[in-house]
Design a protein around this ligand. Structure first.
Ligand SMILES: [Zn+2]
Length: 339
């Protein structure tokens, strides 16, 4: 398919040499939800060499309104997003090496994955993971592109170690909406607008067109017709613990992390095991059935109904406890069966 990328190579800032650069690059995508789906599809269609995509969740019906890689069949099968994304992306472009991981993007996991990565794209929905990405980016000098959206609002900023301020610097100067769990709903176009901003910056970084990079922080509200672009160069803080003169990378520190997290915008708590592990899901499913619970399982997860709650257990020992925002209750359900 020599014609495959013709429209992209005809674009002078990319050209044939840019296409070869895109082909030689490795992108790490953190999250396979709305932003992850769109960004991944864009890069895979653009002919990226290698894509690693990490996501901790599985597909539900409420995702279909904006998460473009998924179908009703994926919902029916309760497929993890990473597994369904991998299948779909390989069907779109079989030339791209795609590695999909059903996992939580913890600092340890990020450290394992960054070797050889040229760019990290933020497609997550929570503060903890974004700050870990920010520290990893500074520690290993890898650019990353922040993106967030809620309701009809969205924003993006490209962080280049050694050049731009980092996300930790920006936190001191502005309240970052979308950094925390919001439940104001979301419309598809707000997602697509953030993807357009992240995706075009990603292409510039991949073809190494550094002068073309946007240096401002963009935000918009598509419903209220507002667009803003703020210069951020003055926000860089030489005392910043992530990107300053004596960095300590505070968000990579295990002491700062919780094992139990409320997931964004949902009555769901994630509980992580104290140590990395590999569960035998088949045995887990049988054990729960023997205890008299209603169990559904596929090769990636086991879903169990426990009174008013549903616990979904993954191979890495994590569990999502649906029907609660109470961390203690979620921990006690987890410990009863998996502790
Ligand atoms: Zn900083």
């Amino acid at each position: 398919m020599s014609e495959r990328y013709s429209r992209q190579t005809l674009f002078p800032p990319i050209g044939k040499s840019g296409q070869e650069k895109i082909r030689s690059k490795h992108v790490l995508m953190i999250g396979a939800g709305a932003l992850g789906s769109g960004n991944a599809e864009l890069l895979v269609r653009a002919g990226i060499g290698r894509l690693t995509i990490v996501d901790r969740d599985y597909i539900e019906a409420s995702n279909l309104q904006r998460q473009q890689l998924y179908t009703e069949e994926d919902v029916a099968q309760k497929l993890p997003k990473a597994a369904a994304a991998e299948k779909r992306l390989k069907a779109i472009n079989s030339d791209v090496e795609i590695c999909a991981l059903i996992a939580d993007a913890t600092p340890e996991k990020l450290e394992e994955l960054v070797d050889g990565v040229d760019l990290i794209i933020d497609a997550t929905d929570n503060f903890e993971t974004r700050m870990a990405i920010n520290d990893i980016s500074q520690k290993y000098q890898i650019p990353w592109i922040y993106g967030a959206c809620v309701a009809s609002f969205g924003m993006s900023f490209s962080i280049i170690p050694g050049k731009t301020p980092c996300l930790n610097c920006l936190l001191k100067t502005m309240p970052l909406q979308g950094m925390t769990c919001d439940t104001g709903g979301i419309i598809g176009p707000a997602v697509q607008m953030v993807i357009a901003h992240q995706g075009s910056e990603a292409l510039k970084i991949l073809v190494e067109d550094w002068n073309a990079l946007r240096t401002s922080f963009v935000s918009f509200d598509l419903w209220r017709n507002q667009y803003t672009s703020m210069k951020m160069s003055k926000a860089k803080d030489s005392g910043c613990l992530s990107c300053g003169e004596n960095p300590t990378y505070p968000y990579l520190d295990a002491e700062n992390r919780t094992k139990t997290t409320v997931l964004c915008g949902r009555d769901t708590v994630q509980v992580r095991p104290p140590k990395q592990q590999q569960l035998n899901l088949q045995e887990t499913a049988e054990k729960m059935r023997d205890l008299g619970y209603q169990v559904k399982a596929n090769p990636y997860l086991v879903s169990v109904e426990i009174d008013e709650n549903r616990m979904v257990i993954f191979q890495d020992g994590r569990a999502l406890i649906h029907g609660t925002k109470d961390l203690a209750q979620a921990r006690s359900i987890y410990q009863r069966f998996l502790g």
